[in-house]
Design a protein around this ligand. Structure first.
Ligand code: S3P
Length: 189
């Protein structure tokens, strides 16, 4: 069965969780955060998971979780960890969940939002802005490729972003419906 979740992807600090919770409230559907769910399953914080079991273990947990979510029934808003779409297999599975929305933030915005925080193991060390710039440059093409929709978030409030996402998802679903109907019509000709 094709699912109709709204899946938020994007770099650390782009607002996936905040916007996701807001969207879920606006649409009256459940909200799920993949990092939070993995922390529940593993019984520890992501930073400790990275330290004790390593990044590969965490990435496998992300893939396992997405596979599990495909069997759910109800429509949901799902916010994902910033590395979720990097594995090609995950990018494909996310698309199967529904509309994938990339919340696109600049390095400056991410830095401002995360400075002083210590819960992102990939940004630990002496030059977080440099790390953000480097990772963002590597990841941006992958986020773009994994997304159905791109919404810029710089200088916008979570409410403005959530409104834009709702509108864009509506248009995207309508486009997909037309494409599916056209394809179906073509099959019977
Ligand atoms: C990661 C992002 C984090 C978390 C982990 C790895 C990444 O989630 O999954 O620290 O690779 O970008 P947020 O995007 O919610 O910070």
């Amino acid at each position: 069965m094709k699912r109709s979740d709204i899946v938020l992807i994007g770099f650390m600090g782009c607002g996936k969780t905040t916007v996701g919770m807001l969207l879920a409230r606006m649409l009256s559907v459940p909200f799920l955060d993949t990092d939070e769910r993995i922390e529940q399953i593993e019984g520890m914080k992501i930073s400790r998971l990275f330290r004790e079991k390593g990044e590969d273990y965490f990435r496998d947990a992300e893939t396992g979780l997405i596979e599990e979510l495909l069997s759910g029934q109800q429509e949901r808003v799902i916010s994902t960890g910033g590395g979720m779409p990097l594995r090609p297999v995950n990018a494909g599975l996310l698309k199967d969940l529904g509309s994938v929305v990339y919340l696109k933030a600049s390095a400056g915005t991410v830095y401002e939002r995360l400075k002083g925080k210590t819960d992102r193991p990939l940004l630990a060390g002496s030059d977080p802005l440099g790390k953000i710039r480097m990772l963002l440059e590597q990841r941006e093409p992958l986020y773009e490729a994994a997304a159905d929709i791109v919404v810029g978030v710089d200088q916008k409030s979570p409410y403005e972003i959530a409104d834009e996402v709702v509108e864009a998802v509506r248009e995207c679903r309508a486009r997909k419906k037309v494409a599916a109907a056209t394809e179906k019509g073509g099959e019977t000709e």
